[in-house]
Design a protein around this ligand. Structure first.
Ligand code: ADP
Ligand code: MG
Length: 431
């Protein structure tokens, strides 16, 4: 910033410079600054008029930001004059301060000065470093030329105006940027709220869809056994003295259907509320044999169940309930795939990671279409299926951080292979 440094500058003018510096640093806005500092400046120079002209930072257009000592008519005369004839245009163009008497002006400008009663004008650039923001001028009703020291003082005062203009602009730009940031932030917030809402809706739709499917399956599943139970019950009631064989048949049918309904409820409960697995170092081979016994009792005699242990007895930790359920489901599926009978093999083998279980049948095999959907809950191709078996198998494998594979060729049978790690780590969060 420039400072005044010549003896022709009075104490009073130096004090005015200080006050202008203070006003520039503290004014709430540039209009207030032009008003208050303008008054100081006019007093300091005993000027009769003054003006501040600013270049629009975007368009470069000249804008009269402040004006004193001119009537609206005088203002209009100056505005109509080609800018090259004005003093301010020249100062803005080359950034050099000037002090002119009426005779230094172009004839058209001289006429306006005469008309408005002015004899002299001095103008200095409003500058930040080399950048010219505009210019500040003072006008006199006497033919008065400012000496270099006075011009330098005016320039020093103008530099405070320039600094204030610049910081106001920076502030405005910063406000605009923060407003833009705030708007972006708001848009982002709205967008993520919308996303969250969509996700919830999707999830709800998914839940509703499976709830709808589940209701349909349940209704279907319950209607058959209920019809059979109803028939058997009616028969027993109507024919109290029915032959013992008929009564036995009716009771057996009722028992079977009750069992089927129980099974359905059981599977649904497992599926709907899977509890966290608990892994224990148990004997997997014992479990395989137990499953063989359990399923054999339910299978027709033409299905032959066998178990095989290959190599050493694997020692691993597992959740017995989940693995038993998975094996039973795979074994029943295998048996159901062999309506004409065949061999069902449960195989256990130790692996480097842990253990491998296989359930192999000699059934009809799985088509690619069924294969693509068979793990979906409720997907079934069987009239009496629940479609929950393989979904439960997959759930059990996932809980053990294991691996599930299917090998199947239509007409040649199917093998489901489960790989289990030796000791599953922390239980996966239950779905
Ligand atoms: N071993 C298999 N052989 C042929 N098809 C199978 C076998 N296991 C499963 N599937 C097919 O996968 C479907 C889904 O099986 P699952 O989830 O156990 O339900 P469900 O047994 O109630 O039908 C079955 O309906 C069947 O079409
Ligand atoms: Mg099944």
């Amino acid at each position: 910033m420039r400072t005044a440094s010549n003896l022709t500058v009075s104490q009073y003018q130096l004090a005015a410079l200080n006050r202008i510096a203070f006003l520039a640093a503290t004014a709430a806005d540039v209009c207030t600054l032009f008003q208050e500092a303008g008054t100081e400046l006019m007093h300091a120079f005993s000027a009769d008029g003054m003006g501040v002209l600013l270049l629009d930072p975007v368009t470069g257009e000249r804008v009269v930001a402040h004006r004193r000592g001119l009537t609206p008519e005088g203002e209009a005369l100056w505005a109509a004059l080609p800018t090259r004839d004005t003093l301010t245009a020249q100062v803005v163009a080359d950034g050099r301060a000037r002090s002119w008497l009426r005779e230094d002006f172009a004839p058209a400008a001289q006429a306006i000065l005469a008309h408005t009663g002015y004899w002299a004008e001095a103008a200095v650039p409003l500058q930040i470093h080399a950048r010219v923001l505009g210019c500040l001028n003072v006008t006199f009703r006497q033919p008065r030329r400012l000496d270099p020291a006075q011009l330098e003082l005016l320039h020093a005062m103008a530099s405070h105006f320039a600094a204030a203009v610049e910081s106001q602009r920076l502030l405005a730009r910063q406000r605009a940027v923060s407003a833009e940031n705030a708007q972006l932030y708001e848009e982002l917030r709205l967008a993520s709220a919308e996303l969250a809402r969509n996700q919830t809706q999707l999830a709800q739709r998914g839940h509703l869809a499976s709830l709808g499917e589940m209701t349909a399956v349940l209704a279907h599943e319950l209607r058959n056994p209920l019809a059979i139970l109803g028939n058997a019950h009616a028969l027993l009631e109507r024919r109290e003295n029915a032959e013992p064989e008929l009564r036995r048949q009716a009771l057996r049918a009722m028992g079977q259907e009750l069992k089927r309904m129980n099974q359905l409820v059981e599977e649904l409960l497992h599926f709907g509320r899977p509890t966290a697995p608990s892994f224990e170092p148990l004997c997997l081979w014992a479990l395989v044999e137990e499953v063989k016994e359990a399923v054999s009792a339910h299978l027709p005699p033409q299905v032959e169940v066998s178990v095989e242990l290959h190599g050493e007895m694997p020692r691993i930790s597992f959740d017995a309930r989940l693995i038993r359920q998975a094996l039973v489901n795979l074994a029943l599926n295998g048996a159901q795939a062999m309506p004409a009978g065949g061999r069902l093999t449960l195989r256990l083998q130790e692996t480097s990671r842990g253990a491998q279980l296989e359930v192999e049948d000699e059934g009809m095999g799985i088509t690619p279409e069924v294969r693509a959907r068979m793990f979906e809950p409720f997907f079934t191709t069987r009239a009496t299926g629940t479609g929950l078996g393989l979904a439960l198998v997959q759930h059990a494998v996932v809980q053990h951080q294991g691996h599930l594979e299917v090998h199947s060729a239509p007409g040649e049978g199917t093998t489901f292979r489960i790989e289990l790690p030796r000791s599953p780590s922390a239980p996966a969060p239950s779905a």
